[in-house]
Design a protein around this ligand. Structure first.
Ligand SMILES: *Cc1c(COP(=O)(O)O)cnc(C)c1O
Length: 390
């Protein structure tokens, strides 16, 4: 057993304890991190955080009221420092609307009701509360989408200066949200990779904090609360199936981690199966999953589900492993399926951006076969981004 710091120990990847004043990141070779400026482990891998044993009270009747901070004991930020209380906009606690389809109870989790309009708020608030705890004064983000908007909003609340790096070709309307929160926008000529390189160069040169939802594992400590809320809203049990969109995997990795932590705490007796959904135009994970897990470069073409069009997901192997462990599958859906799913949701009163209809399209694609095979139960899927932004 390795003691990493006060009040916490790691044994077989499980960590217990709640008032976490220090980071306890580790790389693939098991090294612990020194400070927030190290966005990569010394061996060049991305940092990960071990699973906690979820410390959560019995489900509240009709829960979850309130924000995701009802689970403070299960989130590794310092209670003493308390920066989350400055940061919070009441994120989390999203509605779970139940419908009946194909013999299943279908729980639509209305993530677009989040303060900045997407589920990225869950991750951003935890990551930035942690950054503030570390004394960070300036952060860098290279997303003009929902992640950039969420990071800019919480950075503003915490008095952290936010620098957003975007492709010069980006439509100006996408930048209105982060700019209105006071973020400084850097327009970079070239490809998406050139933008990422410019952001990292700035991070290295200026000693700024890289507030990346892909690199920084504290982001997943926020997205895991999606699992806790589902467990609580179903009266203290896991659904049979989760359907989730996947691009960089912040949602899939967080949701799987959340259910593993509930399992470790004995609060569920199994983790739900996971079906992750990609867009046909850009489906490296679906391809790799079908090929036994080998990630390879893929041909891509534009898709309406642009939020999940990630050709080379940095955590690809980790995502595939999490899905395999959950007995899951990765499928892809066409733009026609996504747009039909979006229209169907709109006809039921839900207004989502195209990317956020991908998981519902995935459910529609697998549901008839599940029904025919006699499978029944509860499936939960997120409506993860607002149609008002698109
Ligand atoms: C970020 C995002 C996704 C994809 O999440 P990943 O972390 O890239 O897997 C899906 N839908 C919406 C609306 C998003 O903002």
């Amino acid at each position: 057993m390795q003691r990493l710091f006060r009040g916490m120990s790691i044994a077989a990847g499980l960590v217990q304890g709640s008032d976490v004043a220090d980071q306890y990141l580790y790389g693939e070779d098991g090294t612990a991190a020194a400070g927030p400026e190290q966005y990569l482990a010394p061996d060049g891998s991305l940092w990960r955080l071990p699973d906690l044993v979820a410390r959560i009270a019995a489900p509240a009747a009709g829960g979850p009221g309130g924000s995701l901070w009802r689970y403070t004991d299960a989130i590794p930020v310092s209670q003493t420092a308390g920066w989350w209380q400055v940061a919070t906009l009441g994120e989390g606690g999203t509605p779970l609307v139940l419908e009946q389809e194909h013999g299943w109870s279908v729980g639509l989790k209305v993530e677009y009701a989040s303060p900045t309009g997407s589920f990225k708020d869950r991750g951003a608030v935890v990551m930035l509360a942690k950054a503030r705890e570390w004394g960070v004064e300036r952060c860098v983000v290279d997303s003009s989408g929902n992640a950039g908007a969420a990071v800019a909003a919480y950075a503003a609340r915490l008095g952290i200066r936010c620098e957003v790096f975007v492709p010069a070709a980006n439509s100006p309307s996408k930048l209105r949200q982060p700019e209105s929160h006071g973020a400084v926008v850097h327009r970079i000529a070239g490809s998406r990779e050139d933008v990422a390189a410019a952001a990292l160069e700035f991070v290295d040169r200026e000693g700024a904090f890289y507030a990346s939802h892909v690199f920084n594992p504290y982001f997943y400590e926020g997205t895991k609360t999606y699992a806790f809320e589902i467990w609580e809203q179903l009266g203290g049990r896991a659904p049979e199936l989760l359907v989730l969109p996947v691009g960089n995997g912040t949602f899939v990795l967080g949701a799987c981690k959340g259910f593993r932590e509930l399992l470790a705490a004995g609060l569920v007796d199994r983790v739900p199966r996971v079906i992750a959904v990609q867009a046909e135009g850009c489906a490296p994970l679906a391809r790799a999953h079908a090929a036994g897990g080998r990630l390879e470069p893929v041909q891509t073409r534009p898709t309406v589900a642009e939020g999940i069009a990630i050709a080379q997901p940095r955590r690809g192997a980790e995502i595939l492993a999490a899905i395999r462990e959950a007995g899951g599958d990765v499928i892809s859906v066409s733009d026609e399926q996504v747009l039909a799913a979006r229209a169907r949701l709109a006809a039921r009163g839900f207004y989502v951006e195209p990317t956020a209809a991908a998981s519902y399209a995935g459910w529609r694609a697998v549901a008839p076969a599940l029904e025919q095979a006699g499978f029944r139960g509860t499936v939960v899927l997120p409506l993860c981004g607002s149609g008002l932004k698109s």
